[in-house]
Design a protein around this ligand. Structure first.
Ligand code: ZN
Length: 283
């Protein structure tokens, strides 16, 4: 009777173990390309990559990639420190979200799966982000507000966008004139976004901005950009995998423990049976 309850436990633990393994499987298989896509960008990719939407007589001369790189830098290397100071960036500052031509479109991107990007305006899906970018250029360029919005990519020189866009790529030779120009742009950004006259918080971020972005605009190579660090993000996938591994380890040891206990009980029962048999034999 005891042996059967122990093996029942073993079976139960084994089932939980298998179930947790099954939970892992969809995550692994989700990395393979989805089979059904309403549109994987082939129709849009034929229409050309460069932005040449005619909006009246307007032609868009603003790189989406570089705007995105600039936004990423602002998000990671500036905003955590601005938020810490509880400082509000005004629209006068070129780093304000309203001054990014592509901000609204970028906010209408959904990264559903590793190979699935969805347009938030019309819900079409694409395998790659660049196909969705093309789709925005070709289908939703009418949503871009060209009257007031400025191009965030224009401040890329000051923000060191090249550090993000060609990471690990070829390093171009430093041009002292370009470095001086970028330093000037960088300092003017610090002045317009965080005017020292606006109080101690603005003064502190102004100082931070100069150290974080402007000091590295030299050809000496002594100063590195983003010297003050970045936002520390907890990797969600890493967390999920860690929890699953710990869960599986616990279940494994529980299984081994119950198995051994079952074995011990089994041998005890056998011993008892043999002992009673021995006692019975003389009579
Ligand atoms: Zn769309």
């Amino acid at each position: 009777m005891k042996k059967s309850s122990a093996s029942h436990y073993q079976r139960l633990v084994f089932c939980i173990f298998c179930f947790s393994l099954l939970l892992l499987v969809p995550r692994v298989s989700s990395s393979s390309p989805p089979t059904q896509h309403s549109n994987h960008g082939s129709s849009d990719s034929t229409e050309g990559r460069t932005l040449r939407q005619e909006q009246g007589s307007h032609e868009i001369h603003c790189s989406r990639e570089r705007s995105r790189a600039a936004w990423k830098i602002v998000e990671e290397y500036l905003m955590p420190f601005v938020e810490k100071e509880k400082y509000q960036i005004t629209k006068r500052c070129r780093l304000h979200p309203d001054n990014d031509l592509y901000r609204d479109q970028e906010q209408h991107k959904s990264h559903i799966d590793i190979n699935e990007w969805q347009c938030g305006y019309c819900k079409k899906s694409f395998y790659e982000e660049k196909n969705l970018d093309l789709h925005f250029d070709n289908r939703h360029s009418n949503l871009l507000d060209l009257s007031q919005r400025k191009c965030l990519a224009d401040v890329c020189g000051a923000l060191h966008c090249d550090q993000i866009t060609n990471s690990g790529g070829t390093k171009s030779k430093c041009n002292p004139a370009a470095a001086a120009r970028n330093k000037h742009l960088c300092e003017s950004l610090a002045d317009s976004c965080f005017p020292v006259s606006e109080g101690p918080a603005a003064g502190r971020i102004h100082e931070f901005f100069l150290r974080q972005f402007c000091d590295a605009h030299t050809c000496t190579g002594r100063q590195k950009p983003f010297s003050r660090g970045r936002r520390k993000k907890m990797n969600v996938l890493y967390l999920v995998v860690s929890i699953l591994v710990v869960m599986m380890l616990i279940l494994f040891y529980l299984y081994v423990f119950l198995y051994q206990r079952g074995m011990k009980r089994g041998t005890q029962v056998l011993r008892r049976i043999s002992q009673t048999n021995r006692k019975k034999k003389p009579s």
